[in-house]
Design a protein around this ligand. Structure first.
Ligand SMILES: C[S@@+](CC[C@H](N)C(=O)[O-])C[C@H]1O[C@@H](n2cnc3c(N)ncnc32)[C@H](O)[C@@H]1O
Length: 219
């Protein structure tokens, strides 16, 4: 699956065409767990209890984001909305492979502590900095730039989060967001902003019913 996802060496249009190819390929591809050989993380990716009303991303979406990070060798990620850490396991596993780091933010203490426990159990706690905080307050306090952002908090907040991170992501980096299809009506302002922002090129990926937006910061 991975060889279809890399895009740094290609032009923007081609890379999005390639990405679209990836989408249809991913949907018919083998298991999202194929070739994941980390025996500590794999059982958790397969069967982490879906606590908190099934808010976790589907495995297919996790695999897609994981592969994007690895193919593009991203080094510094930010996740907004950790919950119990399921998506963080996918992202953290990818950053472990690239030698990068992930900061993930969760406002609810119980969920965040559960996630921290899961990251320790997975052996990813040195890669993932899991913070218990309000992302609106925390993001302005974090220094430096990111090359990968994943927004998966409450849907009407996406626009405000976009504004907070928009100029914190390097050219060639990505701003990604979850539930853009099944909760699109709750984030219309965000979807409109992705369309009209001349500095972004965005595609909507349907690996699952939820839908992911993938926006690359133009160079
Ligand atoms: C859909 S869940 C995240 C699921 C997780 N990404 C996964 O796939 O495993 C959304 C989470 O965002 C958290 N959240 C909402 N607003 C937040 C904020 N302002 N700061 C930090 N976390 C927030 C919620 O408490 C909730 O746990």
């Amino acid at each position: 699956m991975r060889k279809f996802i890399g895009w740094k060496a290609t032009g923007m249009g081609i890379l999005f065409f390639v990405l679209l190819q990836t989408l249809s390929f991913s949907q018919t591809d083998k298991s999202p767990f194929a070739d994941i050989d980390n025996n500590r993380v794999l059982p958790m990716l397969k069967s982490l209890p879906r606590t908190y009303g099934g808010m976790n991303i589907p495995a297919a979406d996790g695999r897609f984001l994981h592969d994007l990070i690895i193919e593009n060798k991203y080094q510094r990620g930010l996740e907004i909305g950790t919950s119990n850490g399921y998506s963080g396991l996918w992202l953290g596993l990818a950053f472990q492979e690239t030698g990068g780091k992930l900061i993930t933010l969760e406002i609810e203490r119980k969920r965040a502590e559960e996630a921290q426990g899961n990251f320790i159990k997975a052996g990813l706690d040195q890669v993932i900095d899991a913070r218990i905080c309000d992302a609106f307050k925390e993001i302005p306090e974090i220094e430096g730039e990111f090359d990968f952002v994943f927004i998966d908090a409450w849907k009407p907040d996406y626009m405000e989060f976009l504004q907070l991170v928009r100029h914190r992501v390097k050219p060639g980096g990505l701003i990604t967001a979850h539930n853009v299809l099944n909760a699109g009506r709750e984030m219309q302002d965000f979807l409109d902003a992705l369309k009209t922002d001349q500095g972004l090129e965005t595609k909507i990926v349907r690996n699952s019913n939820a839908g992911l937006s993938i926006s690359i910061i133009k160079k």
